[in-house]
Design a protein around this ligand. Structure first.
Ligand SMILES: [Fe+2]
Length: 274
């Protein structure tokens, strides 16, 4: 993708997003701002990952376009339903594809790039990636990694704000704040299995599910950022002191350390070793 094509998408995006804010509706505006800032940071992380993977300029721009568009469905989702929960509204990735179609956003790109962007957006938040073409799969893995990386960063800040002063917390809290852990969640984390969002019952479940994302990180670069920037610790500090919670955390930390320490630190590699 050419830089000018990206710049055109970026101008459309800024315009589109700013049209969703409503003066005086701070609950809406705070939540929209969260995703607008998330998108900006994910673009930055994507540029860093492209550089770490030594990708060429045009592919790096394509990756950044995917970062720009991956959550484009979030703005209409929150404005319509006032929640980011897909289960109580609609799948925001599919909604994003529909918005891209309605606005004919990527129609002028080569077909191969259209397919890569569409698949990356469609599957960025899916529990697992389906089998796909290797090149499309590469971009889909990248957005899944950097999306998780930024959500970790957000969680560190938001869990701290929430736990330090619940009354002043302005964002949607999706689950009841309980130290209880569902047996399914504990079992899944301890066996490196990914977790369906539908199984989460408590905020502690949600924290463990997020920590369990490390099993789905493709590139060692991403995993190293999660560990070395203190994101894993920053989420873990809000887990209860209970034996199951600490056992799950220890398991996650050992997995991360073993994977990073077993690899050559100078070369980014993904989890299948290529
Ligand atoms: Fe998303």
């Amino acid at each position: 993708m050419q830089r000018e094509q990206f710049e055109r998408l970026k101008r459309w995006f800024d315009d589109y997003v700013s049209g969703h804010y409503v003066p005086g509706d701070e609950f809406l505006n705070n939540n929209l701002r969260l995703k607008e800032c998330h998108t900006r940071r994910v673009r930055g992380e994507m540029r860093s990952l492209s550089a770490a993977l030594s990708m060429n300029g045009q592919d790096a721009v394509l990756a950044e376009a995917i970062a720009l568009l991956h959550d484009v469905g979030r703005f209409a989702q929150f404005k319509t339903y006032r929640t980011y929960k897909d289960s109580r509204s609609e799948n925001h990735s599919v909604l994003g594809l529909r918005i891209m179609d309605e606005h004919r956003l990527i129609d002028d790109l080569p077909t191969e790039e259209q397919v890569i962007i569409r698949q990356a957006v469609e599957f960025h938040g899916a529990k697992e990636l389906p089998t796909m073409d290797e090149r499309a799969g590469h971009f889909a893995k990248m957005i899944r990694d950097v999306d998780k990386l930024d959500i970790y960063c957000l969680c560190v800040d938001n869990y701290r704000l929430y736990h330090e002063n619940r009354d002043a917390f302005v964002l949607e809290v999706e689950f009841p704040d309980s130290a209880d852990i569902s047996p399914y969640i504990l079992e899944a984390v301890l066996s490196n299995r990914l977790i369906d969002y539908g199984h989460i019952r408590t905020l502690t479940d949600a924290k463990l599910m997020q920590l369990g994302w490390v099993f789905d990180v493709y590139f060692d670069w991403t995993l190293r950022q999660m560990r070395d920037r203190g994101y894993i610790k920053g989420i873990a500090r809000w887990l209860p002191d209970s034996e199951p919670a600490q056992r799950a955390l220890g398991h996650v930390q050992r997995y991360v350390d073993e994977r990073l320490d077993n690899h050559d630190h100078s070369t980014p590699r993904n989890r299948s070793g290529n």
